[in-house]
Ligand binder design. Structure first.
Ligand SMILES: Cc1ncc(COP(=O)(O)O)c(C=O)c1O
Ligand SMILES: Nc1c(O)cccc1C(=O)C[C@H](N)C(=O)O
Length: 420
């Protein structure tokens, strides 16, 4: 019961794909497994293991502490590459450090400290949990008002809702450019403009956007951003995050965690904290060097492919997923949980189904399709263009249809795993 779109269509799209060769640059141990969870953890680039072996054996094993001469500015060097090729920022505006949550805390804290007389923080009530918790903590600790903007779980934040909440008390707006749940993509320039007109700053979380959709922080008038490197940037589990602060704000903002990596003349070990003038003032401490190093070969792939080409393929993958879902899955009780066209989304798509959890678990078994589940009833399908083929999407949705239609999942007991 193929119906809808024949597999040959996906095969033709693969044959015409200018990025097809990039799949070979990743480690793929099980060719039958369809991996559609690169929006959570990207695949391992083939070059990463050798690079890490070199850093471990030559750098750590041979060079020992002397290697810090070379390692110490890797966060800034990689930040500059990310700025130039992925984020549309200028040299000296991006640095890699800490985790997304910690960077969010540092930049939100810095912005709130600088915004005297304004006592409201706006956030999307449906934003990724860590963002909500960090802001809740900051607001409680500082006696600020946290205004949670209602937003459409399957759509995204309505700019009309944001506009009407932007009064003269708002110090900071924190938003994800791409929603982790629905994939909804916001208009960054428009949001920045609305906030600027109201005298508020915007802090962007680019975790689900970086390396998947074109981002031009400078052109969009962005002031602050954070994001992770282990999703579409394929930096590996727990690879450190990035942070961006527009250069004119470096002198104005001081982050709340005063560590020695932000200090002028770090190795002079001076008595009092006196941060450097540049982006490194937003650093805190010793980076997890091996995880930082792993970003290098991963970023090289994104640089070579180019984010515009990655996005172009992402849109086609998204359209194929939409068409197949409409033909095969809607009749089986699936309902879209994402904006309707790929252009309105990042690179993942979500579907509601009352049995989503059990379907997701079953798919990952014999059907060999890894996507993820998000409470209460969503399957989230990540389409990471550097290694996802059109035939992968076709095969995955065909297996999804089979599992659901045959209700082969129904006999399995339900229950939540610790990690989904
Ligand atoms: C939008 C968003 N922000 C933040 C995070 C969390 O980042 P971390 O746990 O690396 O701090 C994630 C995913 O883990 C995310 O999807
Ligand atoms: N960061 C993760 C982790 O440490 C464990 C399991 C999953 C993740 C993820 O990245 C989830 C992802 N941010 C999400 O959008 O749900």
């Amino acid at each position: 019961m193929e119906g809808g779109i024949p597999r040959a269509v996906a095969e033709e799209l693969d044959a015409a794909d200018p990025l097809a060769e990039f799949r070979k640059r990743f480690v793929i141990t099980d060719p039958e497994l369809v991996y559609l969870d690169g929006n959570s953890l990207g695949r391992l680039p083939a070059a990463t293991s050798d690079l890490l072996r070199e850093v471990v054996e030559k750098g750590w094993g041979g060079g020992l502490v002397r290697s810090w001469q070379e390692w110490i500015d890797w966060g800034a060097r990689l930040g500059d590459r990310l700025a130039a090729h992925v984020l549309g920022a200028r040299p000296g505006e991006v640095v890699i450090s800490d985790s997304t949550s910690v960077n969010l805390y540092k930049l939100a804290g810095a912005a709130l400290d600088a915004a005297r007389g304004r006592n409201t923080v706006l956030m999307d009530a449906e934003d990724f949990p860590t963002n909500r918790y960090v802001l809740q903590g900051l607001a409680e600790q500082r006696g600020l008002r946290l205004h949670r903007l209602p937003s459409d779980l399957d759509g995204g934040l309505d700019l009309g809702v944001l506009r009407s909440a932007l009064d003269r008390d708002v110090a900071l707006v924190v938003l994800s450019l791409v929603s982790y749940r629905s994939g909804a993509l916001l208009d960054m320039a428009k949001v920045n403009e609305l906030a600027r007109a109201a005298g508020a700053r915007v802090l962007w979380d680019l975790s689900h956007a970086a390396g998947a959709v074109p981002v031009d922080l400078a052109a969009a008038g962005a002031e602050l951003a954070v994001g992770c490197t282990y999703k579409y940037l394929n930096g590996g589990p727990g690879s450190p995050a990035f942070l961006y602060v527009r250069s004119d704000l470096h002198a104005v903002l001081r982050q709340p965690v005063w560590g020695w990596y932000g200090q002028r003349e770090q190795f002079q070990m001076g008595p009092d904290y006196d941060p450097v003038p540049g982006i490194e003032r937003f650093l805190v401490s010793t980076p997890p060097l091996l995880s930082l190093a792993a970003i290098d070969p991963a970023l090289a792939l994104v640089e070579e492919a180019g984010v515009d080409r990655i996005r172009a393929k992402g849109l086609l993958l998204g359209r194929l997923a939409d068409d197949l879902a409409a033909a095969w899955l809607t009749p089986l009780g699936f309902r879209s949980a994402s904006p309707g066209t790929p252009e309105q989304r990042g690179s993942h798509v979500s579907l509601h189904h009352p049995d989503a959890w059990r379907i997701c678990q079953t798919l990952a078994g014999d059907a060999k399709v890894v996507c993820d589940y998000r409470v209460p009833d969503r399957l989230r399908i990540g389409l990471s263009p550097l290694y996802t083929r059109f035939t992968d999407v076709w095969d995955a949705l065909a297996r999804l249809r089979e599992v659901t239609a045959g209700r082969t999942y129904a006999s399995r007991p339900a229950g939540l795993a610790r990690v989904t």
